[in-house]
Design a protein around this ligand. Structure first.
Ligand SMILES: [Zn+2]
Length: 106
């Protein structure tokens, strides 16, 4: 049986909006938190917001080359042209050996 309980305490959280570029609530919130992250900041947690698919957001379309919603894990994202994987890894690269987030939320 697979468990949903984390074995280690969660210290890094990635928040995504704009996985589908025509769903504007997430885009609005992530854009807001990128400008001012005080609402998502929590002591002891490293929380980073990301616009998941900036090209799709710019065109206000669900996706362009790849529906990221169908492949959303760091391993699968390597194969998507619009993958946010490089931005995710770069955001944490300078900190703690570049370990990716332990929790992703959209
Ligand atoms: Zn969606």
């Amino acid at each position: 049986m697979t468990s949903c309980v984390a074995k280690e305490p969660i210290k890094k959280i990635a928040i995504f909006g704009g996985t589908h570029g025509n769903e504007l609530t997430g885009v609005f919130l992530v854009t807001h938190w990128l400008r001012n992250g005080t609402e998502v900041h929590r002591a002891g947690l490293d929380v980073k917001p990301f616009i998941t698919n900036p090209r799709a957001v710019e065109k206000c379309t669900r996706y362009i080359d790849c529906d990221l919603n169908r492949v959303f894990d760091l391993e699968n994202l390597r194969f998507c042209p619009d993958s946010p994987q490089p931005a995710i890894l770069a955001a944490w690269e300078a900190e703690a050996g570049g370990n990716p987030p332990s929790l992703a939320a959209e």
